[in-house]
Design a binder for this molecule. Structure first.
Ligand code: NAP
Ligand code: 3JN
Length: 339
């Protein structure tokens, strides 16, 4: 019989953690025992896993004794505090926060792109930012045809990327506007998100970009293993519950034709091409929600830039952008005997 693993989910009650638990069950991850960890506030709650009610435990330094793999999505501060304790007890941490992503000795992995980097792990592996993950899954097959020099990307990011409270904020503001009652003040976002678009995700830094934008710049280079790729991002929050969309222009060393791009993307792992614009067929967040793949359409040879290729990329930010990429990393560790 093949080995069954003890798996912990830290942040089990959150938007990402909830999806991690569902994903482990849905993908039939070989689990013998699951530990669900969150803050002291959640102790007493139970979460269903494979038909069983599992009690939520408080995340503590000794939570990882006897645990083989821990999926972390409890925020960067918790990752910084608890991931080293887990690693010390030889539990492999797959961390969803930005806490370790740019550290030299921590692999930053999207399995379709750089699964080989996993062999360098020292018990902590980082899951990239959601906007970066869905972009690099599509960029890699194009980069294999001709080296990508520049990427110009604008994102249209769903509120679920900012957690459960952010989803609630959109719902309550929308209901208030429709029912003509007082609109609740913004709390998770800098402005009202209902019926609006906000060109700010995370906080601003000195160069006038946001942290989310700089994650796209730095993480893309590390995952693609090519520090010469220049990324020019603008990240925008839109009133969509689930599914991040991206308008992406890539400039390559030599021209990639529409047919070459279509052929390469059609056979790329984890990518589904939906591209029949004359019949209004292109990826939409409402259709991509709940799916593990990344969807690409509106592929066209760019009219404004020589050697430019433009496209529209959509994926479920809570799945491929977070939970299912993390579970895929765990699956890859088992397949490669790296646990
Ligand atoms: P969320 O819905 O607000 O959930 C936060 C989770 O963290 C909850 O389970 C919460 O437990 C737990 N938590 C908070 N404080 C804690 C503490 N002191 N000790 C233990 N657990 C604690 O947020 P989310 O959207 O799931 O995001 C969680 C984290 O995942 C983010 O901060 C980010 O680092 C990462 N993330 C990554 C991506 C990505 O792009 N890959 C996308 C979204 C999020 P309680 O319910 O008990 O408070
Ligand atoms: O806002 C989004 O759509 C994605 C958000 C990701 C996020 C939210 C809070 C903290 C991150 C992340 O994964 O980069 C973090 C973090 O820095 O850990």
């Amino acid at each position: 019989m093949s080995k069954l693993y003890t798996v912990a989910v830290a942040g089990a009650t959150g938007a990402v953690g909830t999806e991690m638990i569902k994903c482990l069950e849905d993908r039939k991850f070989p689990i013998g025992k699951i530990k669900l960890l969150a803050s002291a506030r959640s102790v007493g709650k139970k979460i269903k896993f494979k038909g069983e009610d599992i009690p939520v435990e408080e995340l503590k330094h000794n939570s990882f004794e006897g645990v083989d793999i821990a999926l972390f999505s409890a925020g960067g501060d918790r990752s910084l505090e608890f991931a080293p304790s887990a690693a010390k007890s030889k539990c492999v941490v797959i961390d969803n926060s930005s806490a370790f992503r740019m550290k030299d000795d921590v692999p930053l992995v999207v399995p379709e792109v750089n699964a080989d980097d996993l062999k360098k792990h020292k018990y902590i592996i980082a899951n990239p930012n959601c906007s970066t993950i869905q972009m690099v899954v599509v960029l890699k097959p194009l980069h294999n045809i001709s080296k990508i020099k520049n990427v110009v990307v604008s994102t249209y990011q769903a509120v679920s990327g900012a957690g459960l409270k952010a989803m609630d904020e959109l719902e309550k503001q929308t209901a208030a506007i429709i029912n003509n009652t007082d609109i609740p003040k913004p709390s998770k976002f800098a402005h009202q998100i209902a019926f609006n678009c906000i060109p700010q995700i995370d906080s601003f830094i000195d160069n006038r970009y946001t942290k989310e934008e700089m994650k796209m710049v730095n993480e893309t280079r590390k995952i693609m293993g090519d520090y010469s790729i220049n990324v020019s991002p603008t990240t925008v929050r839109v009133p969509v519950y689930r599914g991040h969309s991206e308008s992406v222009l890539v400039i390559t060393e030599r021209k990639i034709t529409y047919s070459e791009a279509f052929a390469a993307l059609s056979k790329a792992p984890g990518v589904i091409v939906q591209d029949d614009p004359f019949k209004s067929v292109y990826p939409l967040p409402i259709h991509c929600a709940g799916k593990y793949d990344t969807f690409v359409g509106r592929i066209r040879e760019d009219v404004g830039f020589e050697n430019g290729l433009s496209m529209w990329i959509v994926s479920d930010n809570l799945l491929k952008g977070a939970a299912s990429n993390a579970v895929q990393i765990a699956e890859e560790l088992i397949a490669r005997n790296l646990l």
